[in-house]
Ligand binder design. Structure first.
Ligand code: DUC
Ligand code: ZN
Ligand code: ZN
Length: 472
């Protein structure tokens, strides 16, 4: 038997800290050696990666796969199609959400979500919890049990009727996070601002998809972001603000960090590559394809988001993949193709295009260093959600989750070439300069030169460690 199953040779290896040329030896799904040169005779197989950037497989810490809904809407992707599409875009770990219905125990929500993932996931996965019911038994009994079992991050919504928590319930969940060393992720939009603006717009007959971006105002996002930070300050606990979309929300994060508060934040491709105009410049229902919350903003916010990515303010870059088919009575047309914007399921596809978009427009256009790309897309999410160093880096003993990049060929995003079950991409026709030529998941080639080789059931559940020391 040879020492290595595979050696990736002459790679331009990039981690969050370093960039150097070398060989990576893989044995039984893990990285066994990294050296300037490994003897190819010691390997069953070799891949020559000369001149190619080699990065850790992406960790997408925000995506929605086969998430149950209360309103009859059905997302496009289950664990098979979602993880397939992730792998084809260079992502090797996903963290979707086990959603708790009001009145449901977290144990039930998690058991149900495992049934949805079992035997279907093609790459490794962990779960966040969505806490929609902060009853005392949930906060005091179920959450500690959950963290001990490997579910160490909780999403809290400040809007959406079926999910939102009152401020005092948020305080209870934050207090539990603090005691347990867990991470609360907050969806920060002011619910009353949204409903007040929505009513006013509908009364004025402004019901087309583009008015979603008016109802979900940057001002409401800014207010909720500030409030979330204040609640975290009161409890003295770190939080992560998910899907930050606007300059004004980002300014609240600068303010908080300036005060020394431990505030983490996430942004997503839609806030770099789409604007509110993608929800329509006329009243056609097509704009529903880009309805997500918070919505894409304007070029000023896009520029601010790029700056926050480059200057170290954003902690992670995730997809918030939450696709609904456009031409589908369970998707965007749940209430017909004349439905008002407030009745259209929220979310867009993005798992497969997240890394190629950021590599092309961030790294190859000189806005981000390759190391920062790795930090944002793999290392920092793995650390924040308790998966590091098994995931998120290239180091000895880490899982051999690896992307070998093609940055030489031009590529245009076409829905027809993607592997999600979504029936469109919001980035149709966008020109890119990079795409993964090979993705390895625990040492196995799952994507190579345009072909998917992964298998349903190959993905394993990853229990997450609590990322912070529990408060005494
Ligand atoms: N907004 C969310 O908060 N989650 C999923 C999709 C969306 O648009
Ligand atoms: Zn959200
Ligand atoms: Zn989301």
């Amino acid at each position: 038997m040879k020492t290595y199953d595979l050696i990736i040779r002459r790679a331009d290896i990039v981690t969050a800290a370093d960039r150097f040329t070398g060989d990576i030896g893989i044995h039984q799904g893990r990285i066994a050696a990294i050296a300037e040169r490994l003897d190819p005779a010691l390997a069953e197989k070799t891949i020559d990666a000369a001149g190619r950037m080699v990065t850790p497989g992406g960790v997408d810490a925000h995506c929605h796969l086969d998430q149950p809904s209360a309103d009859g809407s059905v997302g496009s992707d289950d664990f098979l199609t979602g993880t397939r599409s992730a792998a084809c875009g260079g992502t090797t770990t996903v963290i979707p959400f086990a959603m708790q219905f009001k009145g449901q125990s977290l144990d039930d929500a998690v058991a149900d979500y495992h049934r949805r993932a079992d035997g279907k996931a093609c790459i490794d996965y962990a779960f966040h919890l969505i806490i929609s019911d902060a009853a005392p038994e949930v906060v005091n009994e179920q959450l500690p049990r959950m963290v001990a079992s490997g579910y160490s991050s909780f999403k809290i919504y400040m809007t959406y009727d079926a999910l939102k928590l009152r401020d005092r319930d948020i305080l209870d969940v934050l207090d539990a996070s603090r005691r347990l060393g867990a991470l609360s992720m907050i969806h920060a939009e002011n619910d009353d601002c949204i409903s007040w603006l929505t009513e006013r717009l509908l009364k004025q007959g402004k019901s087309a998809p583009r008015f979603h971006a008016v109802a979900h105002s940057a001002t409401g996002e800014r207010e909720a972001t500030h409030r979330a930070i204040s609640l975290a300050e009161l409890v003295d606990v770190p939080i992560l603000l998910v899907h930050v979309s606007s300059r004004s929300a980002l300014e609240q994060i600068y303010w908080a960090r300036g005060k020394g508060l431990n505030i983490f934040s996430e942004t997503c491709p839609q806030y770099l590559f789409l604007t509110a105009e993608d929800l329509g410049i006329d009243d056609h229902f097509h704009g529903a394809k880009c309805i997500c919350s918070p919505p894409p903003r304007d070029t000023d916010s896009q520029n601010a988001i790029w700056t926050g990515l480059a200057n170290g303010t954003f902690s992670i870059f995730s997809s918030d993949h939450s696709p609904y088919n456009y031409d589908d009575p369970h998707g965007k047309k749940l209430h017909g193709d004349n439905a008002s914007f407030d009745r259209v399921p929220n979310g867009i596809p993005g798992l497969e295009t997240r890394l190629p978009l950021l590599m092309s427009e961030g790294v190859l256009s000189g806005r981000l260093t390759p190391q920062r790309f790795v930090e944002l897309t793999a290392t920092a999410p793995a650390k924040l959600y308790g998966l590091y160093p098994q995931k998120g880096t290239l180091s000895i003993g880490a899982d051999a989750d690896i992307v070998i990049w093609d940055t030489q060929s031009d590529k245009t995003i076409r829905h027809a070439d993607l592997h999600s079950a979504a029936d469109y991409t919001p980035y149709e026709g966008k020109a890119l300069r990079a795409w993964p030529s090979i993705t390895l998941a625990r040492g196995k080639v799952v994507w190579a030169d345009g072909t998917f080789y992964g298998q349903a059931g190959d993905g394993r559940f990853l229990p997450c460690a609590a990322p912070f020391p529990p408060a005494i």
